[in-house]
Design a protein around this ligand. Structure first.
Ligand code: IPE
Ligand code: IPE
Ligand code: MG
Length: 248
């Protein structure tokens, strides 16, 4: 079957069923995508950004509510300085070239992760993107940047400790609901699906607390090759899963 016809059929199926509210993606495999083509890893990262642009557009088109993408982990600082700098450069280029389009499409940008380690100029640019899009009500795009699931939980603990110390809450007030409000994901539903490309079957410190009941979906495809068709496939597979949440 013609690829476009196939995609349209998959899309129709996706739209005829209940859409997940929140999709999270670990965009892995940029380096191996490039290596397979005898190209430097940087090219893989650049193509990875293009894949992200495509997927954000598709998510907006199908009226997904929340998309969370893992762009840089707290462990990714272990990479060579050149690669880290290149990734940050790509992030800035992404915001520069896409912000107006994202805003026009009413996409709201959030940053999940400790951005205080970035240079002032990067922090300002991130802040600007968040401020500019803050009232948008279509797709909520959470960019996980210098994000770690462990760091997220520790940040929440510290925040709650301060609230207790200031007498704003009592220790017994802390329950799952209140705890969730101190995470980067505050106010948002937990992801229904976590997609990981690149062929590895691990969480790599992504949404540790929020993924308690998330359906995991893995693909061997490297992130730069991820496309609309695979996204639809993931959503349709999710629809066929029997989510019991500990029940029968
Ligand atoms: C994901 O691709 C991008 C980031 C982690 C920033 P990788 O760079 O991890 O690609 P592989 O896993 O080495 O192929
Ligand atoms: C996960 O990919 C983090 C991001 C995609 C940003 P990694 O490439 O860092 O994960 P590991 O090293 O394979 O666990
Ligand atoms: Mg990787």
């Amino acid at each position: 079957m013609d690829k476009n016809v196939k995609i349209q059929e998959l899309k129709k199926k996706v739209l005829s069923r209940e859409l997940p509210e929140h999709i999270a993606i670990t965009m892995d495999g940029n380096g191996r995508w490039a290596k397979k083509r005898f190209l430097p890893r940087t090219v893989g990262h650049k193509e990875g950004v293009n894949a992200l642009k495509r997927i954000v557009e598709v998510c907006g088109d199908i009226k997904l509510k929340y998309l969370t993408v893992f762009a840089f982990s707290t462990e990714n600082w272990k990479r060579p300085e050149d690669e880290v700098n290149y990734l940050l450069k790509l992030l800035r280029e992404f915001l520069k070239s896409e912000l107006n389009t994202l805003h026009k499409n009413r996409v709201k940008i959030n940053i999940w992760g400790d951005t205080s380690v970035f240079s002032d100029i990067i922090q300002e640019e991130l802040q600007y993107a968040v401020e500019k899009t803050r009232d948008n009500d279509k797709l909520i795009l959470n960019l996980a940047l210098n994000y770690g699931g462990k760091a997220d939980i520790i940040k929440a603990c510290k925040e709650l400790y301060h609230s207790i110390a200031k007498g704003e809450i009592n220790i017994d007030d802390i329950d799952e609901e209140l705890f969730s409000k101190s995470l980067y994901s505050k106010g948002q539903p937990d992801p229904n699906i976590l997609i990981r490309t690149g062929g590895d079957y691990r969480i790599s410190n992504f949404l540790l607390y929020q993924s308690a009941y998330t359906e995991l979906w893995f693909s061997d495809v490297y992130w730069p090759s991820f496309d609309e068709e695979l996204l639809y496939q993931a959503i349709l597979d999710y629809n066929n899963r029997d989510r019991r949440f500990g029940g029968v």
